[in-house]
Design a protein around this ligand. Structure first.
Ligand code: NAP
Length: 247
């Protein structure tokens, strides 16, 4: 049976790898290589970029990949676009494992913004204590608002100086829970949260904690992606694979 390539780096991708191993469906899980110690997996793992659309297409052919499942983070727009193009080029079926975006409910004080730069502009004004929960890659966008104290949450300890003069990095890997995140926000006397609208359960705890504490949240919208077939659960991915692979 030809292996499925899972584009990963998320809790959902790890859950899919586990389910595929249990169902004895061959799979290879791909990481970008952003973290020092990725989670151990029950399927073979490869690490690092493919080298653009052409590199990914070459990889799909060389490995005889039968199906690609894009289970990357909703903000990983480049690899998702590359997957669409490489699958078209090689005639490989593609399924995206997509998490619905979060929507505000009663008690939420959310401001939705289209991108990180807009979120940073909204920080003009007096000093606040900000939980900047956007990962490591785009912190420099906030360098123009140095008056704030920033609480960061990073998977690995930073290897280089961070671009924010007044910040504290909490080293932790999700999934997180609402009680723990509430305690974190209280411990650091946070007054504002900035987050990506990732959707899913693993990172929603901070929003529940913000709601419980009545704190405002600036939520960054997802980048646009090319159209592709998508499903919302691991079970639905497995159903598609069974249908596609005829097993
Ligand atoms: P990105 O901007 O879409 O991708 C940049 C480049 O990284 C891609 O062009 C590709 O390089 C490589 N890449 C990305 N994901 C890959 C994967 N799963 N396997 C192999 N190569 C991959 O992605 P990103 O936002 O930097 O995210 C990188 C990884 O972190 C993804 O796996 C994503 O699921 C995970 N992640 C991202 C976020 C986020 O907020 N962006 C949050 C949590 C986890 P080549 O062009 O050389 O193939």
């Amino acid at each position: 049976m030809r292996p499925t390539l899972i584009l990963g780096g998320t809790t959902e991708a790890s859950a899919l790898a586990l389910a595929m191993a249990a169902a004895r469906l061959p799979a290879i899980l791909s990481y970008a290589g952003r973290t020092d110690s990725p989670v151990a997996q029950p399927v073979p793992v490869r690490v690092g970029g493919f080298g653009g659309v052409q590199g990914l297409a070459d990889y799909l052919r060389a490995q005889g990949i039968g199906h690609v499942v894009d289970a990357t983070h909703p903000f990983a727009a480049q690899i998702s676009a590359h997957a669409v193009a490489a699958c078209v080029a090689t005639g490989t079926p593609l399924t995206a494992l997509e998490r619905p975006a979060w929507v505000p409910g009663p008690g939420d004080r959310w401001t939705m913004v289209p991108d990180i730069e807009t979120a940073a502009r909204l920080l003009a004004g007096p000093a606040q204590r900000v939980f900047l929960a956007i990962g490591r890659q785009h912190l420099a966008a906030f360098a123009g608002q140095p008056q704030h104290h920033y609480l960061l949450r990073l998977v690995d300890p930073p290897q280089a100086p961070l671009p924010l003069p007044d910040c504290h990095a909490e080293i932790a890997r999700g999934p997180f829970d609402a009680d723990g995140d509430r305690a974190l926000l209280e411990r650091h006397a946070i007054t504002l949260i900035i987050a990506k609208n990732a959707g899913g359960t693993g990172a929603a705890a901070k929003l529940a904690a913000a709601r419980a504490l009545g704190l405002p949240v600036i939520l960054i919208d997802r980048p646009a992606l090319p159209p592709r077939p998508g499903v919302a659960s691991v079970a639905q991915v497995l159903a598609r694979l069974h249908a596609d692979l005829g097993v």
